[in-house]
Ligand binder design. Structure first.
Ligand SMILES: [Zn+2]
Ligand SMILES: [Zn+2]
Length: 360
């Protein structure tokens, strides 16, 4: 039986918006699990063989040195802020940049490119690509590909940041160690099925010009603005507006892979590690509702309504002006069914998710 999809027109006072509510409850009725169902279709990898393999990762020294340097300079940046050395406007600018550029990760490389949970017009894709590049977190293609591998093989040896290897491995260790052969195998396999990414010219050009774009958007402009507009010193601007901002943003993103994969309740599926973590959601613009997200990764909201989720509000705002469209969301029936079946019993203190007007 095919998934049922229902287009619901949400009528607001000033605009109409279509959201496609999708119900795949039949899979639950059949006793199938979404994630294991996907894995079954992947017949070209023997995960058990890879799980049994003896593997000792090596340190990738250049990456380790970069991470250690970034974090040491960040400690110095925080010290400069605490002793009052840094101008107030610079601190406000850094804070605002962290949270504006963060949308390039949440609404951009995550919900749009990795999960295709909605579609975006060219101007919105360009805007999200620029914001994502400001965060400096590699190119869209590499990030989205790794994220797809993470979702498809969560908590297996093929998961790039497999949380079974511990908090620190999931947080940052995976970026400074050589990947497990199973991860490399799946990265190569998903490259073949992720042609949609490279078909997008925005993704292609951002990848092609990543280094000059990184230097311009993550270094030169953030360092230049505080110096030019309010006379911040080069040293302070470089340390706080480049290194500290960059490292803080990295750690917020890392927290989704570490904290939100270890700490929190599991209203939708108690058999997986991803959990509902309000603190991560607060820091990461709504990305900490990770139990929900791993159960319904194709839902543009990454959480039920009523949850703190700034990125969803932003996507909704772009939907109002027609820049975001084909928003996909799970039906309440499907969510409740899944919670009753697999949840840890904490489901219930959330609002109804459809079909209410989410824009009022
Ligand atoms: Zn995850
Ligand atoms: Zn995801």
């Amino acid at each position: 039986m095919a998934p049922t999809a229902q287009k619901v027109k949400l009528i607001g006072s000033e605009f109409d918006q279509d959201i496609e509510f999708i119900d795949k409850s039949h899979k639950l009725d059949d006793g199938e699990h979404d994630i294991s169902d996907e894995r079954k279709s992947e017949s070209n990898i023997d995960l058990a063989k890879y799980e049994a393999m003896k593997f000792t990762p090596r340190i990738r020294w250049p990456d380790l040195i970069v991470q250690v340097t970034l974090h040491l300079v960040t400690i110095y940046g925080i010290y400069l802020i605490l002793i009052g050395e840094v101008m107030f406007f610079t601190i406000v600018f850094v804070f605002a940049t962290i949270y504006t550029s963060g949308l390039g990760i949440t609404a951009g490389v995550h919900r749009l490119w990795s999960h295709r949970s909605y579609r975006a017009t060219l101007p919105l894709r360009i805007l999200l690509a620029i914001l994502f590049t400001v965060t400096g977190q590699r190119d869209i293609y590499t990030w989205a590909l790794d994220h797809r591998v993470h979702h498809k093989y969560t908590e297996t040896v093929a998961d790039p940041h497999d949380v079974r290897r511990g908090f620190w491995f999931a947080h940052v260790g995976w970026l400074v160690l050589t990947p497990h052969p199973a991860v490399e195998n799946r990265r190569a396999a998903l490259k073949k099925t992720s042609v949609d990414l490279i078909d997008d010219p925005v993704v292609r050009y951002q990848k092609l010009f990543f280094i000059p774009l990184f230097l311009l958007l993550n270094v030169l402009i953030p360092v230049g603005i505080p110096m030019y507009f309010w006379g911040e010193t080069l040293k302070n601007s470089f340390v706080v507006s480049f290194v500290t901002r960059f490292t803080v943003t990295l750690n917020i993103a890392f927290s989704v892979n570490s904290f939100a994969h270890l700490y929190g309740n599991k209203p939708y599926d108690r058999f997986i590690k991803p959990a509902e973590n309000p603190m991560v959601s607060l820091a990461a613009l709504g990305e900490g509702w990770h139990n929900y997200h791993h159960v319904f990764p194709w839902d543009y909201r990454t959480s039920e309504l009523g949850r703190l989720n700034f990125s969803t509000k932003v996507i909704d705002a772009f939907a109002r002006i027609g820049w975001a469209y084909d928003l996909k969301a799970a039906t309440t029936t499907m969510i409740v069914k899944r919670s009753n079946r697999n949840g840890d019993g904490t489901y219930g203190d959330v609002e109804q998710s459809e079909p209410v007007n989410i824009f009022k």
